[in-house]
Design a protein around this ligand. Structure first.
Ligand code: FMN
Length: 184
């Protein structure tokens, strides 16, 4: 019988880290913000849908709630400092947060959402549902537009070096060599 040791309750979610960290952005009424988010996952292949857990006190949450739309952006590992900045400063404290991030911003192709030009991949989403989930809300979004930089194989760590969030201000990057598992 294996021997287990208790996990501190406040650290339970770390069993699901490290995990990809993205930017989630939104605009409403001429106000915009974008924040780091690592609690994000795909939930439907077709139609394409994703879910992201966002605490209600994030400025980005209020913009998503008011506009019903948001962007999801994957930054390269080389932009992890900018990502961390957007994950530690709130637009409630600094409305110039996007301008100060060191990234370049344009409007989405289809929706009025902030898109940063440095992103490797971008999904523009419409809110399908906003579900209370403990100390966060789970926003379920339908992807209505999606694009990526040329030369990238999405999901392949040799060309798609997505920052992974360990905890706090600690990050790691994926091992570039994917291993194929053969059964039988
Ligand atoms: C690596 C990292 C991942 C984060 N992931 C999430 C997340 O998944 N959900 C969330 O609500 N906040 C998350 N945060 C915190 C927000 O990004 C942070 O509170 C941000 O400053 C909110 O900005 P805003 O108030 O302008 O929306 C994360 C922060 C970091 C640094």
């Amino acid at each position: 019988m294996a021997q287990w040791i208790a996990v501190e309750p406040e650290k339970w979610y770390r069993m699901l880290h490290p995990r990809p960290v993205v930017l989630v952005g939104s605009c409403s009424d001429n106000r915009c913000s974008a924040m780091a988010a690592s609690w994000i996952m795909p939930v439907s292949r077709s139609p394409p849908m994703l879910a992201v857990a966002i605490a209600e006190d994030r400025c980005t949450y209020s913009l998503i709630r008011d506009s019903g739309q948001f962007s999801v952006m994957v930054l390269p590992w080389s932009r992890v400092r900018e990502l961390h900045f957007l994950g530690t400063v709130s637009a409630y404290e600094d409305p110039q947060k996007l301008e100060k991030s060191g990234l370049s911003w344009v409007e989405g192709k289809r929706l009025s959402v902030p898109v940063c030009l440095e992103a490797l991949a971008v999904a523009e989403c419409l809110v399908e549902n906003d579900v209370p989930s403990g100390d966060h809300r789970t926003i379920i979004g339908r992807v209505v537009e999606m694009y990526a930089k040329p030369g990238i194989e999405l999901g392949d760590p040799s060309t798609y070096e997505v920052p992974l969030h360990v905890s706090g201000s600690r990050y790691t990057k994926p091992e570039p060599n994917a291993v194929r598992v053969e059964l039988g």
